[in-house]
Design a binder for this molecule. Sequence first.
Ligand SMILES: Nc1ncnc2c1ncn2[C@@H]1O[C@H](COP(=O)(O)OP(=O)(O)OP(=O)(O)O)[C@@H](O)[C@H]1O
Ligand SMILES: [Mg+2]
Length: 508
Amino acid sequence: MIRMEKITKVYPGTTALNNVDFHLKEKEIVSLLGENGAGKSTLMKILYGMTAPTSGEIFYRGEPVKFKRPVDAIEKGICMVHQHFMLVPAFTVTENIIAGSEPNNGVFLDMKKARQEVRELISQFHFNIDPEIKVEKLSVGEQQRVEILKVLYRKADVIILDEPTAVLTPHEVDDLFVILKRLRDGGKSIIIITHKLKETKALADRVVVLRDGNLVADNVNPSAVSTKQLSEMMVGREVNLQVRRPTQHLGDVCLKVSNLTVEEDGKEKVKNISFEIHHNEILGIAGIEGNGQTQLIEALTGICEPKTMELTLDGKLIRGKSDKFLESGIGHVPEDRLSMGLVKEMSVMENMILGYHREPEFCSKTGLLLKKEILRNAEKLKEDFQVKSSGVGAAVSSLSGGNQQKIVISRAFSRKPQAIIIAHPTRGVDIGAMEYIHQQLIELRDQGAAILLVSADLDEVRTLSDRLLVLYEGEIVSESMPGELSEVEMGLLMTGGHTMVEEEDLHE
Ligand SMILES: Nc1ncnc2c1ncn2[C@@H]1O[C@H](COP(=O)(O)OP(=O)(O)OP(=O)(O)O)[C@@H](O)[C@H]1O
Ligand SMILES: [Mg+2]
């Protein structure tokens, strides 16, 4: 289907791809692996006509092609689901899905048919999503589902998915994989970028590995290698993510949340919940996105005002806007790094002090920014977190997705917060970086921080948490200690199974 030959892409200060050959056959699923900044997205953007290679050639069904814009690729039947969403917030789900490929009924747009088709796709996928809701109301996970639906709707022959599963739950991932395999068996070709090696093994027919812009392997049979071997190919060393390191000394109550109710559009998204987090404790929140996590996080970080809540930090009442929360010592790693965690046009260095730029460390008494300190801070964090960029003066928009995430994390962690609200800390980062972020999170806890960890990655919450809550439709439906519940039991609770399953069944 596709041959890309000797593709090189040079950005100022970075060679993103160096002489890479890539091919895709009919009826196969290729998993493209590589560390953050390895060049995966760049290679796919070149194929999709979003950016031109510095040199190299592309052949589609044997014909040389030069896609100038994505529409050229789409016309040929190549579609891409991006790592960063490209939806129109003010449009509904259906409008977003059909935008650019509206079915025609004579001269009029056949909206009825389109609506019907979108509904069918949604139910086929078991995506719990309202086709008539505006996209701006959706969580990131839900937005990702809309992106996937969009590609399916277009019935493309070649489907490129750039980290489509980063924001999905295990159950949704299973559903997606069933569909992708069905599409492949029906003759489609699929390229999937993921940092989850389990997924690569479950789905791919062939694995291609990039490292630092170079091709290191392009014909790996996923069933012939272990995830350990795959991670070694990517990172060049062994990585172990599943080691539990529970807290040794649980401290006093640090963060106390009472009677939290959040209302949105007249609906209760969080229903009168109360919980505590101790010093030296990681409290994990598991649950399928859209069950109140976003609202919970926004209330606990001062981003939105809940209907009712009493929040105390070490006994002190906290209220006000988000800057007050930060100042009081409640750190935040937001779920959507691009809209809330970073200012894309600003440099790495500036982003690394965002929200903390008035602290005496970075700002003189007369209000001048202390450039030297800001630079020193950035250089240190870049080194510690191995942020790959051409320099700390580079704009954040030029960094790869995983490297952007590392900036958000490094900023929040380095302030040594008393308490910290963390959403999906490792979304989009490679396994080497994931291991590092997990270590840092544990270290922060061991230094006394109270940590609220919301993650769609069930493995992650189960490995890191000292205590686990399951959120379902805005309510806490289960509280357990790590290891007490199996993955299956957790999955059941996350989908509302608490109403059907008796206690005894759960502990069987
Ligand atoms: N517009 C740009 N300007 C400058 N450099 C860029 C630009 N886009 C990408 N790069 C650089 O090219 C390299 C490859 O980036 P790319 O986004 O392809 O990585 P990736 O493999 O997709 O990583 P991730 O897993 O983090 O998404 C990175 O070093 C990145 O900083
Ligand atoms: Mg990428």
